[in-house]
Every structure is written in C-alpha cells, then in structure tokens.
Design a protein around this ligand. Structure first.
Ligand code: FMN
Length: 288
C-alpha cells in the first residue's frame, strides 16, 4: 500500500506531519509502539506521561524514542509528578505537549522556550479563553461523545465556536473514527483527534477483551458518568457493570466514545492512518 496524498492544514505545517491526524493520549492504552507506528505513517500520536509507572520509566522512554514527531500529555491537576516529568520533557525537547485539566501557563513558557508546541485540551469556552491567554498554539476541542473525559457540547458547535472566539487553530475531538468524518471535521477545525479508534490496534496497550468489546459496542453501550473518576467520562457499559457491583476496580473499567459505532476490526496503526487519509480523499472527491 502506498501512502495517500498529504492533507495539508495549519496543524500539519505546525508539526511537520503529512496528515492532520492526532492520535489522542489514552491512559494505559497509548504505548511507544503506537507512537512510532503513527509517526511512521505520517501522523502524530501523544502519550500520557503517567502511562509510565515511574518518572524514571518515563525519562527512559524519552531518551530511547527516535527523532520522530510525537507528543506527551501532561495532566496539570493533582499530579505529583508534573514538575519532574516537565523537566524531562524540556530536556528531551519533546515536539508537542498536550495539557489537560488545569492552567497550561507554566508549561507553555518552558516548552515554547525550546521551540516545542503546546495544545490545551478543553471542553468549553471558559478554559479555551484562559488557555489562549496563556499562549497555547492550538486547542483540542473535546466534544460530547469523546472517549475518556468528554465534554457535553456537540462537535458541530464546539470546534467552530472555540475557533471563532480565540482565533487559534483547533483540533476536533469526539467520535472520529473514519476519513469521511475527518473530512467533516476539517470543515470546522484544523485537524482531527482520534482516541477510541486507535485502541483497536495491535500496538495499543488494550487486551483482546477490550478490542472485542470495541468492535461489538454501539454508542448505546457508552455511558457518560462521573462515578469512576469524579469527572464525567464515557465508559463501555459491559465493563462498568463489574465496577458497579464492587467486583472490579476502576482499572478494569474500559473507556470509549461514540466512535465505537464505526469500528469494525482491529487494524495496525500505520494501516489505519493511511486508511483514514485515503477515505478522506475519496469522500472529498465525492462531495456534492
Ligand atoms: C481509554 C481512554 C483513555 C484516555 N486517557 C486520557 C488521558 O490520560 N489524558 C487525556 O488528556 N485524555 C485521555 N483520554 C481522552 C482522549 O485523549 C481524547 O480526548 C478522546 O479519546 C477523543 O475522543 P474519541 O475517543 O471519541 O476519539 C482518554 C480516552 C480514552 C478512550
């Protein structure tokens, strides 16, 4: 399979990538193998620093990762490792940092000093404006239906709303799984943020049971609740049942967004990036 033609946007120019596909950071799911496969396909993937159980493990990953586009997600709130993980990010000059849950100001200052880029993930206008004031390079607009901690605003509204209010490039997040959806997203934003779809790859940290659940689930199996982490997030109902009975800890609860509707199979990440880009081009050519 040859790589599809590039899809240039403000975000691909900013990050030096071929496709405006940002594979979202996912706790316990993103892996260095996934990051590498996505980078080799011409897109970029982001990993939470907390996917490494210790700071030393995170620092060792940063040392070993090749000179390719990749990003690190830093949780800004109630994260005792934030300072040392940020120090390591600065030392390694990580090309992209995505912040969540808090004030990105201090991160922006240090990452921009070495020429890195900072995106803030937000669910509404209040945080978007604050992040814009702090000087982030772009906003991740996390709409309703997203996997993990999702917002409540429709993706049709959130991305153009934040773009209009801040003038910043926006990455649309929530429910994206196909190239046709990426095409729709690029009518409203500068890139697509794909989480749930990339859980169903052999490179992700998800096990076979999780993969099967994703392929079988419909959006009606996705439950939006704050009961697992204290912040409203989307979970697969079958995995929530054990947690609710007290039989299973939160680590056994599996998160996913509405995009499960469009996941038919597990596919290698590089193939998936190319499939999404190819679908994008075909869907674009077929628009009325
Ligand atoms: C299993 C899972 C774990 C996640 N963990 C994180 C995380 O650690 N940090 C974060 O910023 N977002 C996290 N998210 C949210 C994603 O980064 C992203 O916003 C979301 O997956 C996009 O929506 P989609 O899943 O519909 O594509 C997680 C999402 C999932 C599905």
């Amino acid at each position: 399979m040859n790589p599809p033609d590039p899809i240039p946007t403000r975000i691909t120019a900013m990050l030096g990538i071929r496709y405006p596909i940002v594979v979202a950071p996912m706790f316990l799911v993103s892996t260095p193998e996934l990051l590498l496969a996505v980078a080799e396909a011409g897109a970029i993937a982001v990993i939470p620093s907390l996917n490494f159980r210790t700071h030393a493990g995170f620092a060792a990953f940063l040392e070993a990762f090749p000179d390719r586009p990749f990003g690190v997600n830093l949780i800004l709130k109630e994260n005792p490792r934030l300072e040392e993980d940020l120090d390591a990010v600065v030392r390694r000059r990580v090309p992209l940092v995505v912040t969540s849950l808090g004030d990105p100001g201090p991160v922006v200052e240090r990452v921009k000093a070495y020429g890195g880029r900072v995106f803030a993930d937000v669910v509404g206008l209040r945080h978007a404006k604050k992040a814009a004031e702090r000087g982030v390079d772009a906003l991740v607009a996390v709409a309703c239906g997203a996997g993990g901690h999702a917002g409540t605003v429709s993706p049709f509204v959130l991305a153009p709303w934040l773009a209009e209010a801040t003038g910043l490039p926006v990455i649309a997040a929530g429910g994206l799984a196909t190239g046709r959806q990426l095409l729709a997203a690029l009518a409203l934003a500068d890139a697509g943020y794909f989480g749930t779809r990339f859980i169903a790859t052999p490179e992700s940290g998800a096990d076979d049971a999780y993969h099967r659940m994703l392929v079988e689930a419909t959006p009606e199996d996705v439950v939006y609740t704050a009961e697992v982490t204290g912040v409203p997030a989307n979970f697969l109902a079958p995995s929530l049942a054990g947690f609710r009975r007290g039989a299973k800890p939160w680590k056994e609860v599996r998160s996913a967004g509405h995009g499960v509707a469009l996941i038919r199979q597990v596919a290698p990440a590089r193939e998936l990036v190319w499939r999404i880009a190819g679908e994008y081009h075909r869907a674009k050519a077929g628009l009325p």
